[in-house]
Design a protein around this ligand. Sequence first.
Ligand code: DGT
Ligand code: CA
Length: 580
Amino acid sequence: MSANPHRYTNSQLADIFTRIADLLEIKGEVIYKILAYRKAADSLNSLDRDVNDVYREGNLTEIPGVGKAIAEKIDELLSTGRLEFLEKLEAEVPPGLVEVLQVPDLGPKKAALFWKQLGITNLAELEAAGRAGKLRSLPGMGEKSEARILAGIEALSRRSDRTPLGKAWPFAQSLLDLLRGVPGVKAVEVAGSLRRMRATVGDIDLLAAASDSKAVMQAFVGHPDVIRVSGQGETKASVEFSHNLRAQLWVHPPERFGTALQYATGSKDHNVRLRELALKRGLSLSDQAFLKTDGSELLCASEEQVYATLGLPWIPPELREDRGEVQAALAGELPELITRGDINAELHSHSTWSDGTLSIRQMAEAARARGLKVLAITDHSASLGVAGGLSVDEIKAQRKEIDAVQAELADTIRLLQGCEVEIRADGSLDFPDQALSELDLVIAALHVSLRQPRSQVTERMIKAIRNPHVDIIAHPTGRLIPNREGADLDMEAVLGAAMEHGVALEINAHPSRLDLEDIYARRAWQMGIRLCVNTDAHSASDLDMLPFGVATARRGWVQARDMLNTWQPEILLEWLRARG
Ligand code: DGT
Ligand code: CA
């Protein structure tokens, strides 16, 4: 079958629907339409197939969240390269307002207010209005919120152009698929910070093993989404895609692939350590081979051979940051890192009771289908109005539904009723102790007033940790990658309190969070603090974000035993019961 004339990647289509949702929201469209576009965007982002293939098969409406109206829009884009609906919308709502939404904590309502009251249509105009003190007198604004917006604009301009892991990873997989299909290619791998699973990456580094580099180079620079070829030699090429995404490909003969992959995976500092070890053995290690003192080369087809030549076991890429991994490897003390397969439980998820997209029953089935044995439904508490937080009465009603679904699903999965309880600005929790004590699991979280001064926000967090009903602190800093910095917590103090009160800390697996960060995860288990990794799922596909959280845990040297989610259900339940 022939390819459709206009190719879009899944994430490019998702971005278009997010843009539509943003514009509609600024316009003041009814919420369900906006949510439909956001849902379609989420779904496209987490789709495990190329949308162009699904389109050719005529199965667009089988993509979750893609109904007839959205399928027609995808059809129009893929067949014409344009979307009339979006063009009309952009004629109505200034498209520059979408970039205004990038300012931390500035939502569509505010953007609409600035536009309608002051005629502001882009970020530069917003900044000028803020500097002229024109924002403070608008309804719901004040001097403080004006200053916050200016600070937010400044933070945006400082923002690095790194790409979130959650965006780079699926795109890199699609590149790998393309390159694997090229005749003569023996192997293709991701390298660089992406293989090390850093939360953000500067670029996508790819490596191919092939005796002849021509065909694979051609396929790479000829990728339909490439907007610029920034460098091309015989064995190396660099390209740019839209959204400031850059990638480079090295091609090496198969017999040198191990050395090349090891070099390109880095990190630079890890490589420096390896070169030092090589020198001690009378070898010099380059990006291609070991060089012996007699001038002859020692080639390694696999990474294992590179490490073995240095007297080391293979070191998992997530550890290669020069944080003691080479010393540990020399001493035979590398940790046995946690894997996806160790995870039995999802302890943080949302249903339609608050802002999730699936019913409790649907969430339970989705979790079960992914091999989980325990699922905690932890909808938001009342004060998080934007997320449809639950009142104490609603929590009671929800318990009945959970019990009913549990009865239906019998022992195929164990359901827990929890709550993601808001830590209010003063550190008190949203629910009275009595209500908390009736839940199986209490997760406390910061969502609002994140910009409090360090001492205040730290004290607030510690107050929540001290509450005897709190079992887990969700996404501790509240950061959102790439746009929102987390709260300025004194992490030493927070970790100290978590240790003292036996509260577990979450590594939120969603690629826009990855919070707790790797270095604090490592510090936490060293202090004896329990960790857990949760997807914070609002949909079935969110559950598939788990590997990003597991990778962050691995970067923190976490082993299965450190993590609540790996425990057998009875042991986990016993731990929760004992905490009251
Ligand atoms: P990024 O892209 O900023 O997220 O970080 P990386 O680690 O992917 O770094 P990048 O893309 O500059 O280079 C990819 C790998 O190539 C890096 O991890 C190690 C290797 N590399 C690059 N430059 C050097 C160097 O000057 N010395 C050594 N030993 N290795 C290098
Ligand atoms: Ca890189």
